[in-house]
Write a protein that binds this ligand. Structure first.
Ligand code: AMP
Length: 112
């Protein structure tokens, strides 16, 4: 999608620190990390948010990527947090669905 910054990262038009890529997904470091490990897991296809997902199996494959990256980043044993912000009240600021993978420190609950 023309004005989507994450589509531009997928296309290579905006630089990003990529940590995983396959034909369907891209994982890259968040530019404003909130934890020692803070990556964004996205489908390459432009989907705005959870409510726009048509292929529910995509989420299973995406969580398979999260498993791989958690192992790759050394946070699978101690644990991590996966966050999806959906829509305005959910705090979503980029309109291309993404899952935050946060780890490397203890995560407080509830979030702010
Ligand atoms: P959200 O508030 O859930 O929509 O999260 C959007 C996230 O994207 C924020 O954590 C931003 O720091 C991150 N972000 C925005 N632009 C970029 C970028 N060009 N590269 C990496 N992360 C970005």
């Amino acid at each position: 999608m023309a004005d989507c910054i994450f589509c531009k990262i997928v296309e290579g038009d905006i630089p990003a620190q990529k940590v995983y890529e396959d034909h369907e997904f891209l994982v890259f470091a968040d530019v404003k990390p909130q934890a020692p490990v803070h990556h964004l897991v996205i489908p390459k296809e432009h989907i705005s948010n959870i409510m726009e997902i048509k292929d529910q199996d995509l989420l299973g494959r995406l969580f398979g990527v999260i498993q791989k990256v958690a192992q790759q980043e050394g946070i699978s044993e101690k644990g991590f947090r996966v966050v999806n912000n959906c829509g305005d009240d959910g705090g979503q600021t980029v309109g291309h669905i993404h899952f935050h993978l946060l780890g490397g420190r203890f995560m407080e609950w509830p979030p702010g």
